[in-house]
Write a protein that binds this ligand. Structure first.
Ligand SMILES: Nc1nc2c(ncn2[C@@H]2O[C@H](COP(=O)(O)OP(=O)(O)OP(=O)(O)O)[C@@H](O)[C@H]2O)c(=O)[nH]1
Ligand SMILES: [Mg+2]
Length: 561
């Protein structure tokens, strides 16, 4: 078992960090500590400063944690259902053995939808599945009985999921494209277009002989449009709010037509029906970007998880070694205990989109802002970053996407682990490189979206193929600038303030932050116009729950704007 943090010596905390002991209203964390059986007093005098206990909720044994299943990436092959075949049948009853055609139509194939629901928090269930298939349409039957429609499938994902199309196969669109090209070529050469052989799309009556089958003249295939049009390629959905209605990913194939559809004066007994349509399939990549209000960014072993435990009820793993946290953890700070008066009064902007069905675009004209009392906010603790994370050192930067959308960034710096200013600059450097990487990706995707890779590109019907589709597919977040992360409000949580010899480090850090606020020193990311308004450093001893109340108040102030 690895050693836990050693009990700190009795330091003169109230004199060194007066803000630990600033009166801040009711203590959120104190009550939890009392509940956990360990009593601390943040007003304890220097002489009575409690030594951290050997084991507590904030200094737990390395095996005292809860790790829910979590996956933030998944790749899926999505298959819509194929249509059921039409039926070739004739009415029969006593004394009428050769009645009229009565074959039923095939059922349409099932569709695949995607929907973001608030209860979901991870993609781990989808990450284990490679394929999602909607139901096939059932073939039609005699006595004009139509086949049942294939079962639709709804993929439920957490809010904050980004869906990117990797590839698609649409047999119907491909065939349409080939037909139009054939017609164009024939027109260019001033010839009659060669009729396409549609025989493979027909079903012939099984009772007829091969020679009879050869003689059968099938009519032209009726022109039919899919009930639902496919989203425009390449699909890119950024679902940052719960979707009130599922979003279509893959439309099922049309059911085949039964033989009564082909009855005519000349052909009273059609011995054929059409087959069900082939279905659309698409490979998609799902990427979850957790939507926390606050993101904790820090070097490994800085004390991020201990801080999360001190601020919330989270039971994330804490250990005295680097990379204790291997996957993001989310904790919730409850501001309103629902027992009457809220502990802290805070307001948040909400968007009223109740009339809208497709609510996945980030900003549109119909949005109406309104104020709502904030009763809680969430904090994301991610694995530690190290210098050179952008070169894939340590766990790399991939977890930074979970704080990319956070309203506020909290840089957690260990005051006992070397120069705090250097650590802060190293973190901002990695965050800045990450932001740049994301912007490059966005630009590449924008360029990609401008090129129509579909088989129908350049044909006249390429436009109307997608015409029924809502244009809000795709993210309005595109075109982010260098301020996407550097423009966010941020502050520093200077942890492990209880350890001796950390005061000078803290002083240097506050001096550095003051000079940033005064504009004498550039923002640590080096981005022009970055947020430098109120970047403070809050000293805490998370292991003793000292100074953590101030963080809650500070965050609420930043979130309220
Ligand atoms: N003395 C003291 N020790 C602390 C404090 N906060 C955290 N620690 C200790 O620092 C060690 C690392 O804490 P963690 O919370 O696991 O650090 P982390 O930043 O989450 O680490 P990774 O998940 O590896 O990135 C543990 O042994 C904690 O007990 C503090 O305020 N004071
Ligand atoms: Mg951790």
């Amino acid at each position: 078992m690895s050693c836990r943090c050693a009990p700190s010596p009795r330091v003169l905390l109230p004199f060194l960090y007066p803000s630990f002991f600033a009166a801040n209203g009711a203590s959120l964390t104190r009550s939890r500590l009392v509940a956990s059986g360990t009593r601390y007093s943040s007003n304890s005098s220097a002489s009575g400063a409690p030594a951290p206990p050997t084991s507590s909720r904030l200094n737990p044994a390395p095996d005292d944690y809860a790790a829910p299943y979590f996956a933030d990436k998944a790749k899926l092959m999505v298959y819509a259902g194929v249509g059921g075949h039409g039926c070739i049948s004739f009415h029969r009853e006593a004394y009428l053995d050769d009645g009229p055609a009565n074959g039923g139509d095939g059922g349409h194939g099932g569709n695949v939808y995607i929907q973001a629901v608030p209860g979901e928090t991870s993609l781990h269930k989808l990450a284990r599945r490679r394929f999602i298939r909607a139901g096939k349409g059932v073939s039609g039957q005699g006595s004009s009985r139509g086949g049942q429609k294939g079962q639709d499938v709804i993929i439920t994902v957490p809010v904050g999921t980004v869906i990117t199309e990797l590839s698609r196969s649409d047999p119907v669109a491909d065939e349409k494209f080939l037909n139009s090209r054939r017609e164009r070529d024939a027109e260019a050469e001033d010839q009659e277009p060669v009729e396409e052989d549609h025989r493979h799309k027909w079903l012939l009556y099984p009772g007829i002989s091969a020679s009879e089958a050869k003689k059968i003249q099938v009519p032209r295939l009726p022109r039919r449009d899919r009930l639902f049009s496919q989203p425009k390629a390449p699909l890119y959905l950024d679902i940052s709010r719960p979707t009130t209605q599922p979003i279509l990913l893959a439309a099922g194939g049309l059911g085949g037509l039964g033989n009564p559809h082909f009855v005519s004066k000349e052909r009273l007994k059609p011995m054929f029906a059409t087959r069900g349509e082939q279905a659309f399939s698409m490979e998609i990549q799902l990427e979850l970007k957790l939507l926390a209000d606050v993101g904790l960014v820090g070097l490994p072993n800085a004390g991020k998880s201990t801080l999360l435990r001190a601020l919330t009820n989270s039971r994330t793993r804490v250990g005295n070694w680097a990379f204790t946290t291997l996957q993001p953890n989310i904790g919730t700070v409850v501001l309103d205990d629902n027992k009457g008066r809220p502990k802290i009064t805070s307001w948040k902007r909400t968007v009223d989109n109740s009339d809208q069905l497709d609510t996945f675009s980030l900003s549109t004209d119909w949005e109406q802002d309104s104020l709502e009392r904030r009763t809680r906010f969430t904090i994301a603790d991610i694995p530690g970053l190290i210098e050179g994370a952008h070169l894939d050192k340590g766990l790399g930067m991939e977890f930074l996407r979970h704080v990319e959308r956070a309203g506020v960034l909290a840089f957690v710096i260990d005051l006992s682990a070397g120069n705090a200013v250097k650590a802060l600059n190293a973190l901002w450097n990695e965050v800045g490189l990450y932001a740049q990487m994301r912007e490059d990706e966005e630009h590449a995707r924008e360029r990609e979206a401008m090129i129509d890779w579909s088989a129908e590109a350049g044909t006249s019907d390429a436009g109307d193929r997608w015409s029924g589709q809502d244009t809000t597919y795709g993210s309005s977040e595109r075109g982010v600038t260098g301020l996407s992360i550097a423009g966010k409000p941020w502050f520093v949580v200077a942890t492990k303030g209880d350890l001796p010899g950390t005061q000078d480090n803290f002083k240097e850090l506050t001096g550095y932050l003051d000079s940033i606020m005064r504009g004498e020193t550039p923002h640590p990311s080096g981005v022009e116009g970055a947020w430098t308004e109120n970047c403070t450093a809050i000293p805490v001893s998370a292991i003793n729950a000292q100074g953590t109340d101030r963080i809650v108040h500070w965050i609420v102030g930043l979130l309220d704007g």
